[in-house]
Design a binder for this molecule. Sequence first.
Ligand code: SF4
Ligand code: SF4
Length: 489
Amino acid sequence: MSRISKVDRERQIQQEEAGQHLYANRVKVYPKSVQGPVRRFKWAVLIFCLTLYYVMPWIRWDRGPNQANQAILLDMAHERFYLFNLVFWPQDIYYLAGLLIMGAVTLFLVTSLVGRVWCGYTCPQTVWTDLFMWVERRIEGDRNERMKRDAADVTLDTVWRKVSKHLVWLFIAFWTGGAWIMYYADAPTVTVQFWTGTAAIEVYFFTALFTATTYLLAGWAREQVCTYMCPWPRFQAAMLDEHSLTVTYQNWRGEPRSRGKRSGSAGGDCVDCGACVTACPTGIDIRDGIQLECINCGLCIDACNHVMARTGRPSWLITWDTLADQTAKAAGTHTKFRFFRPRTIIYLTALVMIALTMVVAVAMRPGIGLSVLHDRAPLFVRLPDGNLRNGYVVKIVNKAAEPVTFEVKTSGLPGAELTETNEGLGPTTTLVLPVAADSVGTFHVFVTAAPTGLVDGTRNIDFHLRDMTTGEEANYRSAFMGPANTGPR
Ligand code: SF4
Ligand code: SF4
């Protein structure tokens, strides 16, 4: 059973000093490996998250001919975001904003219920740091071995192990950076291009950038990211209350500490062994209460349970519990976990409302779009017969996976005739325009009409678009212009 070591004591002293100074050097944390149900669950979540991350870009999704067949793809070059059956265009950006808001509210809800489980289990910083620590243990040994090696003179064995560790870290970081790129380009294509040296320079640049950031953040910065860089711990306190489940040292049961005493002797259950501190990846002492550095990973629970078992005491001295229940237990009673509380009801209601709005909005999302831009110069042309002619750039969005033929008409301008200049269509009252699958058709259209009904040289004109297959419609209001002295005075 290990007591708080000299290194940990120095760390505590430096942390206390840091409270009096604006800057203190980092004291390296040497977390000790633990076994137990929490650790096993944490491994399971880690494997699930990493598998999801590395495998996801390779999942294929059939969207029809000439369509991207990657299930999740943020195609920057073609301005599309593919998410399984959904295809988002740049004008759909608010759906992504909605998804982000849903993610944030879910995080608020989960935090108010079970504390910082995001930080402890699924945050990428935690997942990769955990993986890097596992590599470190395999190569350099557990806490005591690493501490001894770092304190001793440098030997060939030390150099060999350190170099190996950093090479494995860089290898993982490289695959992590490489996998990230695959979310932005077709995975099989970009992989071949990467290894044959034919990929775009951006691919190499961003792979190198994400390799470097993964290596530095998970290998070197580790708990400092959570403690100093991440804003989330700063405002998560606002989501917690006395009914939130957090990793808790049962003070009423553990105190006063009974170092070296056997079970049944006077004193609390905590034997002051320091196992919870040495197991902590952020190097804190859970017995000091809820702290900003605590990511709620629960590894101290496993560490303490082993000590309790070895000393013949009941397990779960450190456990997941609410402040309300701990206060009640200290008084000899017990309170039930309350799922429904004002804050969780508010978060849950907001989440359900946003989710429903999103589902309805996505389901009713138009498959076509129309925009009309009046020519800047000339604003109008007076024809020999006295009529006026205005030019427009008409853009038709076809989100369908097949070509669509559209009908374009106008209203608000009696007798108006339309001519499409690129294709040589018209003059007519109804243009028939084909648009290729999953693309924007751009047409230059002249509208010719008598100079009647203009007020101060202008009059509204409405463009109407109709998908000739499905009948879906879109409208756009623009202006028909003439000389400024046209119209009633
Ligand atoms: S105190 Fe316990 S729960 Fe908190 S970070 Fe350390 S080991 Fe994890
Ligand atoms: S809480 Fe448990 S692990 Fe931590 S010092 Fe006390 S007995 Fe040891």
